[in-house]
Design a protein around this ligand. Structure first.
Ligand SMILES: *[C@@H]1O[C@H](CO)[C@@H](O)[C@H](O)[C@H]1NC(C)=O
Length: 435
């Protein structure tokens, strides 16, 4: 009993909720203990989905006895904070929710929240619409491979607190122009170019073990793809397969519209609906449960693109949204405060320092402050309310510098400590610092 209380009182549990929820210890907690844990404002989770899944796992662990607690548990799950797609596809379909009228009321509350205009949502006085405010866990920015000027294996990490770079385990093989995500505590380096071929291989990095391992290959070879996590799946979007046909067709057709998704549980890739446009050097980001593919290069029209399309997993469909104000291939794309940023990129030989931001609520782009440097093929990630852009090239040199954007001041600031080497086409993502 003492051990159990320790487990609960310990702040670490709130901070590492994602790790504890599937442990035996969690599944064996009593109802009061689970309620006290999931009602905490300080719970550290990447999204509220984790809380819902934890509740379902806990009930299913001893369903006959525990299903009567569903309503008591769901009182603490902040359903309004979940994307609509997830509410419709997952929550509404869950039998444990269907069987409880109180649970259905919580679902209606969440739907109502989504139907209201933003300014009226604040008037909904419910504990379930309150954002959780976890303590900021220490973060690291991981920069993987890239072109310097050839494909390299080097991986380095930036420690935001120490303001220093350090090297970690190298990639198993050279890789640039890969897609990069952080999912389930692992970094995934997806596809890319190894110095001679576009590859379909995927490596995953475990920051705790400082170790790389291979996972299942994609179906298609692709470099300069976009990669993102949507509803727990890893998506690989577009890119370039470099397949050799005759001279003309090779450049016309090796820009890809194809999109595939990876399920970490089954270690399998499968195709989903292709984009409307072929896009290599495409940037992607997820906002509000939708996946956006921004700009890129279309081999068929031989043009850098200003068009943007968005994927709904529920409909398995891509739809065009508002275009950017300029053509951008090789733009860095990142998400900060539910807004989608397109940073730099190029149109032909012109490398941009301009930045624009998309608000899904108004389906419109607006310009924000320029970066200090022109950059294309840079990595982008968001952390602690700032948007970082890492390396890239300015049209003649690979850059080792990093700068960040603060939306509150509309200013870019160059980070004082550079990477060990200039690199473009590196993969960049933010991870929790291993304890
Ligand atoms: C690139 O990948 C191909 C196919 O996997 C392999 O045969 C080749 O040796 C690799 N090249 C380099 C430079 O690693």
């Amino acid at each position: 009993m003492l051990v159990l209380m320790d487990f609960l009182c310990n702040l670490q549990t709130e901070q590492h909720f994602a790790d504890v929820v599937l442990s035996e210890e969690f599944l064996n907690l009593g109802i009061e203990q689970v309620c006290s844990l999931i009602s905490s404002d300080k719970l550290t989770i990447s999204s509220e989905e984790k809380v819902f899944e934890a509740v379902i796992a806990w009930v299913n662990h001893d369903k006959d006895v525990r299903q009567e607690f569903m309503a008591r548990l769901m009182e603490h799950v902040r359903l309004p904070l979940l994307p609509r797609e997830y509410l419709v596809q997952r929550v509404e379909e869950e039998a444990l929710v269907k069987n409880s009228s109180a649970c259905k009321d919580y679902l209606i509350e969440a739907m109502k929240y989504h139907l209201l205009p933003t300014e009226q949502r604040v008037l909904m006085k419910s504990v379930r619409t309150r954002l959780r405010t976890p303590m900021n866990l220490p973060k690291l920015m991981v920069v993987v491979g890239g072109q310097a000027p050839k494909a390299i294996r080097s991986v380095e990490c930036y420690d935001f607190k120490e303001e220093r770079w350090h090297q970690v385990a190298e990639l198993p093989s050279r890789r640039c122009r890969a897609g990069m995500v952080y999912m389930a505590g692992l970094v995934f380096a997806v596809g890319g170019f190894n110095g001679s071929l576009r590859v379909r291989t995927v490596d995953s990095y475990d920051p705790v073990k400082d170790q790389w391992t291979s996972v299942a290959n994609m179906r298609d070879r692709r470099s300069t793809l976009g990669a993102a996590v949507l509803n727990g799946l890893l998506y690989a979007v577009g890119g370039f397969d470099g397949s050799t046909g005759n001279f003309l067709s090779s450049f016309l057709h090796c820009c890809l519209s194809s999109v595939e998704a990876y399920n970490i549980k089954s270690n399998e890739w499968f195709h989903v609906a292709p984009m409307n446009t072929r896009r290599s050097s495409v940037g992607v980001g997820v906002v509000g449960g939708l996946l956006y593919a921004v700009g890129g290069y279309d081999g068929a029209s031989r043009q850098c693109l200003s068009t943007v399309e968005c994927y709904s997993a529920a409909a398995n469909e891509w739809t065009y949204i508002a275009e950017m104000s300029t053509r951008r291939s090789g733009a860095g794309v990142g998400v900060l405060n539910n807004l989608l940023y397109a940073v730099g990129g190029h149109d032909g030989p012109l490398v941009r320092k301009s930045v624009e931001v998309y608000d899904p609520a108004t389906n419109s782009w607006r310009q924000v402050a320029d970066m200090n440097m022109c950059r294309r093929n840079a990595g982008v990630c968001a952390v602690n309310g700032l948007l970082y852009v890492v390396g890239g090239d300015d049209g003649s040199c690979n850059l080792a510098s990093v700068e960040y954007y603060n939306p509150t001041t509309d200013k870019w600031t160059v980070v004082s400590s550079c990477m060990s080497t200039g690199r473009s086409y590196a993969g960049v993502t933010v991870i929790d610092k291993p304890l």
